[in-house]
Design a protein around this ligand. Structure first.
Ligand SMILES: [Zn+2]
Length: 343
């Protein structure tokens, strides 16, 4: 049986992040508000937090992993256990009825060093919110049966609204039409006029350097926003792969970046070549130059292993090429150049 490293009877479920850009590291921490604050302010750890320090950009990989699994695997299991917990509250049942659902979530929680911390946070969040509402409901045992029923419904509704808000972005992810694969539309996530997001900022002066930690209660989107901003300051942009739409980190100047997969790189190359060809076709000078260059390359191949002939050809080609490049920007010279190059 898996156990949760951190107690989930916390006040609220907090996710925090800090950055070490020069060393390309990020630290994600989840836990209760006081412990996360203590962690960022004084560097102290306790049993009420779970954290990982890993390569900068890992949060993006975690989002990609959860988008892929949103359709039927990991996220779906959380949704199903969470609905079970909601019915426990709604029917005013005791802790024993919640055990199975809680155990399902414990099993999904990953204690390993390479755990998906975003997924762990979702589990922690569900359990914390269940505990808060279930505990509050249990405190009302003295009221009448009728009132108790109403109260149970109220807490179940409260719980459900909170969980739905958290899981909504995962449930509403767009799908790539051809592959049916889910992805995060990062521009939409960042630029949507969402409701107010509250972020706590903590400063510490540990080991001679100032550090900043960011923490959000009940919100992963607030962390995503600060994440994108901090990376931008380091000249790294979070964007969608131009082909498969997976989230990627790329250089700020690169506007049509693709992910590292062979398939996407080849597709991008094909698209770029097509665009360039089409553009060149519309430009008579470029088209002329391309034909000339292609003819010369074909001719050159005919020399085979005759190195001295190749050398003579290359020298001659270089001269004409320089002249051709010079007239590329002067359309009125095109006619006479065509004549002199006999193409
Ligand atoms: Zn891709």
């Amino acid at each position: 049986m898996n156990t949760l490293k951190i107690p989930f009877s916390a006040k609220t479920a907090v996710i925090g992040i800090s950055f070490d850009v020069p060393n390309q590291k990020e630290t994600v921490v989840i836990g209760n508000p006081d412990s996360v604050k203590r962690f960022f302010v004084s560097g102290l750890t306790d049993n009420d937090i779970d954290f990982r320090t890993r390569k900068l950009g890992t949060l993006i990989d975690e989002m990609n992993e959860l988008a892929l699994s949103a359709d039927g695997d990991k996220i779906q299991k959380v949704i199903s256990a969470s609905s079970g917990l909601c019915s426990v509250i709604g029917k005013g049942k005791g802790n024993k009825s919640a055990e199975n659902f809680k155990n399902e979530l414990f099993e999904l929680y990953d204690n390993s060093a390479n755990a998906n911390m975003l997924f762990n946070y979702i589990i922690f969040f569900v359990l914390t919110n269940f505990n808060l509402n279930h505990k509050a409901l249990s405190g009302e045992f003295h009221i009448s049966v009728n009132q108790m029923k109403k109260s149970a419904e109220k807490f179940a509704e409260q719980y459900n609204a909170c969980i739905s808000d958290m899981l909504m972005p995962f449930r509403n992810l767009p799908v790539v039409p051809e592959s049916k694969v889910r992805y995060w539309d990062i521009d939409k996530q960042i630029n949507s006029p969402s409701s107010e997001l509250i972020l706590h900022v903590y400063y510490s002066h540990i080991g001679g350097t100032w550090q900043t930690g960011y923490a959000a209660e009940n919100s992963f989107l607030a962390i995503l926003r600060v994440y994108v901003d901090i990376l931008k300051q380091a000249n790294v942009v979070v964007r969608n792969c131009a082909v498969c739409h997976k989230l990627i980190l790329s250089d700020r100047a690169n506007t049509s970046a693709v992910c590292g997969s062979d398939k996407c790189r080849k597709e991008q190359h094909r698209l770029t070549t097509n665009i360039v060809r089409k553009r060149n076709k519309e430009n008579p000078i470029q088209d002329f130059y391309d034909t000339f260059s292609r003819n010369c390359s074909n001719l050159r191949r005919k020399f085979g292993d005759n190195l001295s002939a190749r050398k003579r050809f290359d020298d001659e080609f270089q001269k004409v090429r320089t002249a051709a490049l010079a007239i590329r920007t002067c359309p009125h010279r095109l006619k006479s150049a065509k004549k002199s190059m006999q193409i």
